[in-house]
Write a protein that binds this ligand. Structure first.
Ligand SMILES: *[C@@H]1O[C@H](CO)[C@@H](O)[C@H](O)[C@H]1NC(C)=O
Ligand SMILES: *[C@@H]1O[C@H](CO)[C@@H](O)[C@H](O)[C@H]1NC(C)=O
Ligand SMILES: *[C@@H]1O[C@H](CO)[C@@H](O)[C@H](O)[C@H]1NC(C)=O
Ligand SMILES: [Fe+2]
Length: 484
């Protein structure tokens, strides 16, 4: 007798949560939500090696683990990467704008590495540049019977009103939950992935299995990553400092396998860089590289922020692995060192949103900052700040470490919504002022947003309001009252 009532209550609570989250506003001191959703339990175990999710393509030396990323600053180039196992083979990409007609070809480079006694396959990487915007390209790699064909769509040209839909995925791993996340994302219609670190979780293995699990992960994500760019940020699971087997070079596997276009944004390291895509300027930071004052990452970010032109790319998005605001027991305050160094810049430049992973749960903040606090004086608590970004943690991709189910109580005032479930997010930019944000938990089927809101652009929303005010001398009561 109790069951239907409980279920009824739960869906009512869920309905209320959804509408509340949608309507709630940043600076009115609303208490945040800790979702009561109970997800169905799935074991957090890695998919076995012989599973079809990791299928090796047929044929001698067939290209596998195919993935692409943006290849330049503005979106007119891609870097195509793949692995061949039997022999080096060509690093050539043939491409063109109609299927089966490859009018162009370009040569890339090949690298390989060892990890303990594991020898990697031949890792090819090829820059395809000088592309047209907003165009579908077909490409072919490999040779003879075992060659393979894929396609991708270039983004619209840099324009303040260019619409674009990004997916945000973090801490993915290679479990059945990871597969569910990936399938949900593919159904979302996202055009490019912003990946916030912790890719394969291969470092959970030992000796030769580390390399083996990087290979399975490459084959696992190919279903999406061969067809649209994944923008990479590195996490702690990429460090792979494993002295007991003689492996002490940080990020060795990651850097060999996942190329980034860091030179195009004048960065000296592939671990931090920036790209512009459609109407967004995306800054990728490395939580596990030095970032304090005077270090290369700090100096680079200082200059990169000056290059941001909100008249051309209104949306300023920052990616990092470790969240700066996180109220989970897991990794609590690990982002504090980066907050102390970079938060005031995020406020000054009015970053729209900061995406992070690391914590295996979902959490979204209100617009708050803690820049008034310092070790001698000042308010030691975060407070509402209209110039602050929204901080979103999406470390809920579904890796083998499982969920971070213990949130801290009471829920801090900066925390707007939090839930320990697997899922992914999308950010659908409509124009210079509006973007729709969704978080989808995997348990809810295809297209149900569990947490959603309208993100108002930090630069243009207030600019337009100012212009409007000037014109009418009166504040309009409509249009600018929604969530962010
Ligand atoms: C890379 O491949 C070449 C050619 O097969 C081989 O001679 C070399 O030993 C490999 N290097 C590493 C580090 O595995
Ligand atoms: C420390 O905080 C106080 C109070 O907000 C402020 O007056 C002071 O300038 C801050 N000092 C530094 C070095 O930021
Ligand atoms: C931007 O898109 C939103 C949502 O689709 C719409 O309501 C708004 O009028 C648009 N603004 C501009 C400046 O086009
Ligand atoms: Fe992590």
């Amino acid at each position: 007798m109790i069951m239907p009532e409980v279920t009824g209550m739960r869906s009512l609570v869920r309905l209320l949560l959804t509408s509340f989250v949608f309507l709630s506003s940043v600076d009115n001191g609303n208490a945040g939500i800790t979702s009561t959703f109970i997800r169905s339990e799935w074991p957090s175990i890695d998919i076995p090696l012989d599973n079809e999710a990791f299928l090796v393509p047929k044929g001698h030396n067939a290209p596998q683990q195919v993935h692409i990323t943006q290849g330049d600053y503005d979106g007119k180039a891609v870097i195509i990467s793949w692995v061949t196992d039997d022999e080096p083979g060509p690093s050539k990409v043939q491409y063109g704008t109609s299927e089966k007609r490859y009018d162009f070809s370009v040569e890339g480079t090949m690298t390989n590495y060892t990890f303990y006694k594991y020898k990697s396959g031949y890792i090819h990487s090829c820059l395809v540049d000088g592309l047209e915007y907003d165009t579908k390209y077909y490409y072919k790699i490999g040779s003879g019977d075992s060659s393979r064909e894929f396609w991708f769509q270039t983004p619209p040209k840099i324009d303040p009103d260019a619409p674009y839909k990004f997916g945000i995925i973090g801490d993915l791993g290679q479990t059945y939950n990871s597969l569910s996340t990936l399938e949900h994302y593919i159904n979302s219609g996202g055009q490019a992935v912003l990946f916030v670190g912790d890719l394969s979780y291969s470092d959970r293995y030992q000796y030769n299995d580390v390399g083996v699990r990087w290979d399975t992960w490459g084959r696992f994500i190919e279903r999406s990553a061969a067809y649209q760019p994944w923008i990479w940020a590195a996490g702690n699971h990429e460090i792979e400092y494993m002295p007991y087997m003689g492996e002490v070079i940080p990020f060795k596997s990651y850097l060999h396998r996942y190329t980034t276009p860091h030179v195009a944004s004048k960065s000296s390291s592939p671990l931090w860089y920036a790209i512009r895509r459609a109407s967004a300027h995306i800054i990728v930071l490395s939580s596990y590289s030095s970032f304090v004052k005077y270090t290369p990452q700090w100096m680079w970010l200082k200059e990169e922020l000056k290059r941001v032109d909100r008249e051309k790319t209104p949306w300023l998005i920052v990616l990092m692995h470790v969240p700066i605001y996180n109220s989970n027991e897991a990794h609590f305050m690990e982002g504090e060192s980066m907050r102390a160094v970079f938060e005031s810049w995020f406020i000054h430049y009015k970053v729209d949103v900061v995406f992070a992973g690391h914590v295996h749960a979902y959490e979204r903040s209100y617009r708050i900052s803690n820049i008034h606090y310092n070790v001698s004086s000042g308010d030691p608590f975060p407070r509402p700040d209209k110039s602050a970004p929204v901080y979103i943690t999406v470390g809920d991709g579904g890796n083998q470490e499982g969920l971070a189910g213990k949130f801290r109580y009471p829920q801090p005032e900066y925390s707007a919504f939090r839930e320990a479930s697997y899922g992914h997010s999308t950010l659908e930019i409509k124009n210079r002022t509006h973007a729709l944000y969704h978080w989808n938990r995997n348990d809810d089927g295809k297209k149900v947003p569990t947490d959603s809101f309208i993100l108002h652009n930090q630069y243009w929303a207030s600019n337009l309001r100012r212009r409007k005010l000037k014109k009418h001398f009166l504040r309009s009561s409509v249009g600018w009252t929604a969530t962010y």
